[in-house]
Ligand binder design. Sequence first.
Ligand code: ZN
Length: 240
Amino acid sequence: MRIALFGDIHANLEALEAVLADAAEQGCTDYVCMGDVVGYNADPAACLERVRAMDCPVVKGNHDEDASGSHSLESMNPVAAAALEWTRLQLSDEQRTWLRRLRMVRQVEDFTVVHSTLDQPAHWNYVTNRFDAMSNFSYQFTQVCFHGHTHVPRVYVKTDKVQEVPAESVVIEDGSKYFINVGSVGQPRDGDWRACYAIYDLDHRLLVFRRVEYDLPTTQGKIHAAKLPSMLADRLADGR
Ligand code: ZN
């Protein structure tokens, strides 16, 4: 069984379609979404409908929550807030209800899925080093947990201590726990512009990260046409 783990799509339809095509080509039969389906880019409704039609497990991201509510976004950075205000207008009440009802944590097969961290899923903490990862491991009761949120693929392994290992292919070994960020489909921030996701091969206990090229000029054109902040288009090219 090969499962595609994808998230932080952020309304980038071209990146989402490219990832799903690659996953199918790679023999994935199951899909799990780490959340942040919407926010930042110009295709929130289309991405939401594409993910919803897949009928796969999806956890809620902070942008999903913010897009589904009507609370003030003043405390947020202005570019993200501008994109979310716009996103709210693009979604129907029914679509926003779907986002609002997404669960924070899911267990799928023998692993757990969360957008940010298991210790305080609704606080949207960012895990950028092994110390951040330590708090998560205290609440992780499956051997493997997948997450997103920072848009940077990372692998933390806990044996007697917690270490970060390169986000390349990972063999899941007995006696260790794994907290793995699968990267971002629609707005990578590790300096590589290509869409990122991961494939978990359950039979071989093997996780592989994938990078997929997509039609970036089309995505950028839609951002400009929607009059979203132009830095949202620029950053996609830089992978930042
Ligand atoms: Zn995100």
